[in-house]
Write a protein that binds this ligand. Sequence first.
Ligand SMILES: C[S@@+](CC[C@H](N)C(=O)[O-])C[C@H]1O[C@@H](n2cnc3c(N)ncnc32)[C@H](O)[C@@H]1O
Length: 205
Amino acid sequence: MKKLTEHWNGIYKKTEDENLGWYEEGFSQTLKILNLIPTWKESKMFVSGVGTSGLVDELLQSKADLVLNDLSSEAIEKLKLKYMDMGNRIEWLCQDISEPLPTDLKEIDIWIDRAVLHFLTDDVSIGQYFKNVTTSLNVGGYAIFAEFSKKGATKCAGLDVRRYDIQDLKEYLPSFECIAEEEYTFINPKGDTRPYIYALFSKIK
Ligand SMILES: C[S@@+](CC[C@H](N)C(=O)[O-])C[C@H]1O[C@@H](n2cnc3c(N)ncnc32)[C@H](O)[C@@H]1O
């Protein structure tokens, strides 16, 4: 795991945000899905593998409270510096998302994952990831996943990825119902196409 942390820290140390392969502006697709949730602006949100995403700016324009997670201390430190005035609206969690979450981290209303889950490639890690999603979310809470689709690239950031379709996600989320799903092609900063699947689930039990 140390190797993986170093890998991501190395990327954030040497790369300007605008040159990251997953850098986006506007966040139109994530906001489109988020806006299907009537109460999102007053919720407690967990952002898995947040990196240095500018999505945080958008989320902080609402009244939502955030838990920001990443494996990379480098990414977390950059964000901490940027949002040092946000006080207790942000909780920080620098850990591998495929490890159990702290037991006091519960009562999350919305889980957001863009391009993080697909880096987990073994069944144990994926199983624990979905256990984290399920145990931390309130009944009635939501989870948004944006992952490389089956038409997508097989590698990102020099690492293998596991690609998803909606059926795969449904199988990992038996206590959720799927509210929306959509294919979306992201054009990355180099102009390459990156087909994603976006999905919104709600926890029903
Ligand atoms: C492709 S980037 C996406 C960043 C951000 N979600 C976005 O959309 O801009 C993947 C992020 O996941 C983080 N990451 C990778 N594996 C992780 C893991 N096992 N646990 C937590 N974070 C992880 C990386 O450090 C990186 O910030």
